[in-house]
Design a binder for this molecule. Structure first.
Ligand code: GF9
Ligand code: FES
Length: 364
């Protein structure tokens, strides 16, 4: 189970940020990255550490463990031929790191492994970075032949995931008086991307939009057919241009236009983390108050939601039954990709070739 992870205790914030700022696949600082990265990380640590203190540390590991346990329990039933299943967590920037997961898998005698991205929508800065790091670590630890791999790289519109999110939106709408409910605007919020990543051809914006459309369709099916909705992008840092509208600005605009009821829906993370517990619940709540939004709600994160545990098990079971190395999209590099690592699969469990390799081998 691949994800970015977070500092479980505020004291781990410095190490977490240092790993983030030295990851060339999420932040490009040029040839100075290995000196500039730690410097920028150190400069940001006090402020970010305070944020983690205010939420009592990142809950992402705890929730991922609950999701993993729920997933494998159901998966053993859904896919008895591939049972028993076991889950390992590999975070990109916090414990347990990839190396720890691989060592545990090795010690357990695992032979067949599925790299399961816990990001519903694929971005080369998140899912791509986790996967590339996995292939790098396998090589570094001389484990390239130890496991046969396949990849669950994205699942932005999986019906049970969509149903799980829609269920959380429904619960938030039901907190409002029946008379006000259909006036509520649904503001989906996803982590933003630097515009240079968007321009490279990253799949994330369109996959987030696909998730939003699917959740709205599911809500209509469930009888919530009258709510307007929009999509904002959160968590921008630094001076470079990012994908907008910014979630806070969207909220301010809604307030100015006279909207009083807003439900914010985190759509790109599957557990609580600093972007829900601090940014939405504290910072955006404050923006909403100032903007005159009197009824501000957030749809709960999926965390240990039973529908979400079922979604993870179904996604894994369907992947195993399909006997494909990855989704068809995984074979395709971004138009502007210059990273030779992208879209690899080390020792794939089924035949696998990138579209870029294929095109190159066929060019006269
Ligand atoms: C991201 C999800 C989607 C460089 C700033 C000059 C930074 C970044 C991203 C994308 C996280 C979760 C996307 C930076 C700094 N990021 N790209 N983050 N992050 N580039 O923090 Cl679901
Ligand atoms: Fe997207 Fe390499 S950056 S495939």
């Amino acid at each position: 189970m691949l994800n970015m992870g977070g500092p479980a205790s505020p004291a781990e914030t410095g190490a977490f940020l240092e790993r983030l700022f030295t990851d060339r696949e999420i932040i490009q600082l040029g040839p100075l990255q290995s000196t500039l990265g730690p410097l920028l990380a150190r400069r940001r640590t006090p402020r970010v550490q305070k944020q983690y203190e205010s939420i009592g540390g990142s809950p992402i590991r705890r929730w991922t463990e609950a999701q993993g346990a729920g997933m494998v329990r159901l998966l053993d039933e859904l896919s008895p031929l591939t049972a028993p299943h076991k889950f390992y967590i590999a975070f990109r920037y916090a414990a347990p790191l990839t190396e720890e997961a691989l060592s545990a898998m090795r010690a357990d005698g695992v032979e067949r492994a599925v790299a399961f991205s816990q990001y519903p929508q694929f971005s080369c800065t998140t899912s791509g970075s986790s996967l590339n790091h996995l292939w790098r670590e396998l090589k570094r630890l001389q484990l390239s032949d130890a496991f046969r791999w396949s990849v669950i790289d994205r699942w932005p519109t999986h019906p049970t995931f969509v149903a799980a999110v829609a269920h959380k939106v429904e619960q938030a709408l039901l907190e409002l008086d029946a008379a006000q409910r259909e006036r509520a605007v649904i503001l989906f919020s996803a982590h933003s991307l630097p515009m240079r990543v968007v321009a490279r051809g990253d799949a994330y914006p369109q996959e987030v939009a696909a998730s939003v459309a699917a959740v709205m369709a599911r809500l209509r099916e469930r009888g919530f057919a009258r709510n307007a909705y929009l999509l904002g992008w959160q968590s921008q840092v630094g001076p470079l241009p990012w994908l907008t509208p910014q979630t806070g600005e969207a909220l301010a605009g809604l307030g100015r236009q006279g909207h009083r009821h807003v439900v914010v829906v985190p759509i790109a993370f599957t557990t609580d983390h600093i972007e829900t517990l601090f940014e939405i619940d504290q910072e955006y709540k404050h923006v909403a108050d100032k903007a005159g939004i009197t009824h501000f709600r957030r749809a709960a994160a999926l965390n240990d939601e039973p529908l979400m545990l079922r979604a993870l098990a179904e996604i894994a079971a369907q992947h195993l039954a399909a006997r494909e190395p990855a989704s068809p999209q995984y074979r395709l590099n971004c138009a502007g990709c210059v990273n030779a690592m992208c879209r690899s699969i080390t020792n794939p469990a089924a035949p696998y070739q990138r579209l870029r390799d294929q095109a190159q081998s066929e060019t006269p």
